[in-house]
Design a protein around this ligand. Sequence first.
Ligand SMILES: Cc1cc2nc3c(=O)[nH]c(=O)nc-3n(C[C@H](O)[C@H](O)[C@H](O)COP(=O)(O)O)c2cc1C
Length: 192
Amino acid sequence: MPDALQLLRTRRSVKPMELGGPAPSAAEIETLLTIATRVPDHGKLAPWRFIVFEGEARLAAGATIAAVFREQHADATPDQIAFERQRLARPALVIAVVSRAAPHVKIPEWEQQLSAGAACMNLVNAAYAMGYAASWITEWYAYDRRVLDALGIAGAERIAGFVHIGRPARPPEERDRPKLADVVTRYSGPAR
Ligand SMILES: Cc1cc2nc3c(=O)[nH]c(=O)nc-3n(C[C@H](O)[C@H](O)[C@H](O)COP(=O)(O)O)c2cc1C
């Protein structure tokens, strides 16, 4: 288990295609979900919920994604449809983070959405801390109303992410990061 700072300094996403089994155990999934709910949440609204895709259910969801894709792309090839069918089945486990942000007398919806983002990131970091790798993605089906209906996601809800979790096929390569000088300033009084 990596040291926390080392993990945060070095973590890299691993593409769903490169995430394999074995899947996290039931106890590990429970831990992942518990950590995902342990995020800052202004007003204690729990403005998110989670959908676990595991085992055969990943393929059932993929069948829906593929069916919608086929209807929207009359010229889709069998390979493309097969690719769509595997969307949630490549890694051993996918957890959807669903934002339930809604108008509230005090808490802006933006803050509720941010809390769902924090839940995604907690899931990702927890997965790495347990020795797995992960990828936080959305893709087209996160925005397709027909797919969302089939997955049981209400009209006012939104997908914050499909967090793919599995064992990495190989260590990920580093990528460029923004230079701190480009993204950090130090406040030095009111702008004139
Ligand atoms: C909300 C959100 C949605 C994303 N959706 C996608 C996606 O659909 N497809 C994709 O390839 N990457 C997507 N990404 C980016 C991946 O998470 C990407 O692998 C990541 O930025 C790589 O950086 P890292 O290795 O530093 O984590 C998304 C990121 C965020 C925050």
